[in-house]
Write a protein that binds this ligand. Structure first.
Ligand SMILES: Cc1ncc(COP(=O)(O)O)c(C=O)c1O
Length: 441
């Protein structure tokens, strides 16, 4: 018989049965979402929902106004250029100069249908550069959809969990893959979804040096741009800058999402920034698939054309206006999203003081930052068991095991949808969980 759990245990059991779930711990994010919707409806209790990684802040008026204006001006009836409207390309180039301190020609600054499409286009194109180089390497944990993209393309990938390979250890590990000769590109996100680790300068330097040595392209996913709040990356043209591998190699593609940093997820507009060197590289093997052997040309007129013939017209104006005001120092986008970090700090404390542990807790010797996600575990529980049990306490999250993490005890918690008004409930529920599951230390 269950103890007095914060959520009525009979209702939870009954809804699990109704959904016919063999295991709640192994259910997909969408199934968990459905289960919780049903329990919330029946009990009237609101869950602390940490399963979905979606932005929880309103979009900026600057973007919305510019988009409405563009629509009124008639852009909806016209095809946009595949490689983007000129004013957006200029602002992206200014943005990467101002916030990453790198020089990229506007030609290589491309809007994409979310940074998700930027990843897809990179994988398709990079896998066709050199015959025999047919495999992507993921530095995991990572965003599961990127692997899904490989599966639907029928492309090969390898992956390793970086947990045991931080700092100098990363060199040998990466080199062991690069030496095989089949890796065309490497993908990682920084800050990292799901763990919120951030690579140190030393680690980025190792990645960059090896990219040069082995001619491997680094696809750096900056979906959470400038959101390592331990440092202030918010001032255009002023250090410190968002760390990037682009300081250490010319062989890169950067994927910059507008979904989280600019709360513009719904309009599906992202940025793909291709280094000057890669953009102008000639690779004869490309001719197997494209009419050209030039990387930039193949990417735009081959891949992006085939995928969606460019990015929706009006969101490009929204992003251009937003970037312009950010570049001019008029709009501080980092200040707006700092709320995620502040909430994470409070939520992590609630878990840690009740016996939970932060799984990925360090960047080399530094404690990790507070941001969009954090990872937790509880002694004696696998991740799957923990998800299942926490449902009875009105808390939801996802298992790290679907992200390529080897830490099967861990869960990913996302702070974005949890309101501050829920903190007292969260505290009470986590305390109850701790009380019902004493830890023998
Ligand atoms: C690591 C990572 N990459 C890419 C994306 C997708 O971004 P977009 O909405 O720009 O397609 C996300 C969104 O959650 C993400 O977490």
């Amino acid at each position: 018989m269950r103890k007095d759990t914060p959520i009525n245990a009979q209702v939870v059991d009954q809804k699990i049965k109704e959904l016919n779930l063999a295991s709640v711990g192994r259910a997909s994010i969408r199934e968990i979402r459905r289960l919780i919707d049903m329990i919330e409806k029946e009990t009237g209790d609101r869950f602390v929902r940490m399963e979905m990684g979606i932005p929880g802040l309103p979009a900026s008026d600057i973007a919305i106004e510019a988009e409405v204006k563009a629509l009124r001006n008639g852009v909806a009836s016209m095809y946009p250029d595949i490689d983007g409207i000129p004013e957006l390309k200029e602002e992206i180039s200014r943005f990467v100069k101002n916030f990453l301190d790198i020089d990229v020609d506007p030609k290589g600054c491309l809007p994409t249908v979310g940074s998700m499409q930027g990843g897809f286009a990179s994988f398709i194109t990079m896998a066709r550069l050199y015959e025999g180089r047919d495999t992507t390497l993921f530095i995991d944990p990572g965003f599961p959809v990127h692997k899904q993209q490989h599966k639907v393309l029928g492309q090969k990938y390898e992956a390793f969990d970086v947990y045991n390979y931080r700092g100098d250890k990363l060199r040998e590990k990466l080199e062991s893959y690069f030496k095989q000769g089949n890796i065309h590109s490497v993908l990682y996100s920084n800050p990292n979804n799901p763990t919120w680790i951030n690579f140190t300068e030393k680690e980025l330097q190792i990645i960059g040096e090896l990219a040069e040595k082995y001619n491997v392209v680094i696809v750096e996913d900056l979906a959470y741009f400038a959101m390592d709040f331990r440092k202030n990356y918010s001032q255009p043209g002023v250090p410190p800058f968002q760390p990037t591998v682009a300081q250490y190699t010319d062989n890169y593609i950067l994927l910059i999402s507008s979904s989280k940093a600019f709360s513009y997820a719904g309009q599906r507009v992202g940025m793909m920034v291709v280094s000057n060197k890669l953009f102008t590289t000639t690779a004869p093997d490309l001719k197997r698939y494209y009419t050209t052997d030039n990387v930039g040309h193949a990417l735009i007129f081959g891949t992006l054309y085939a995928l969606s013939a460019g990015t929706s017209h009006s969101p490009q104006y929204a992003l251009a206006a937003l970037l312009k005001s950010v570049n001019n120092g008029e709009y501080n986008f980092v200040e707006v999203v700092k709320e995620y970090g502040k909430k994470a700090s409070i939520m992590k404390d609630i878990f840690v003081k009740n016996g939970f542990r932060i799984v990925y807790d360090k960047d080399e010797d530094q404690p990790i930052a507070d941001g969009f996600y954090f990872t937790i575990s509880y002694p004696g529980f696998t991740g799957e068991q923990l998800i299942e049990e926490l449902i009875y306490y009105g808390i939801s999250a996802i298992s790290l095991s679907i992200t390529g993490s080897e830490r099967t005890e861990g869960l990913r918690a996302c702070v974005s949808l949890v309101g501050r008004d829920q903190f007292p409930d969260l505290n009470y529920r986590v305390e109850k969980f701790h009380e019902h599951h004493p830890v023998n230390e």
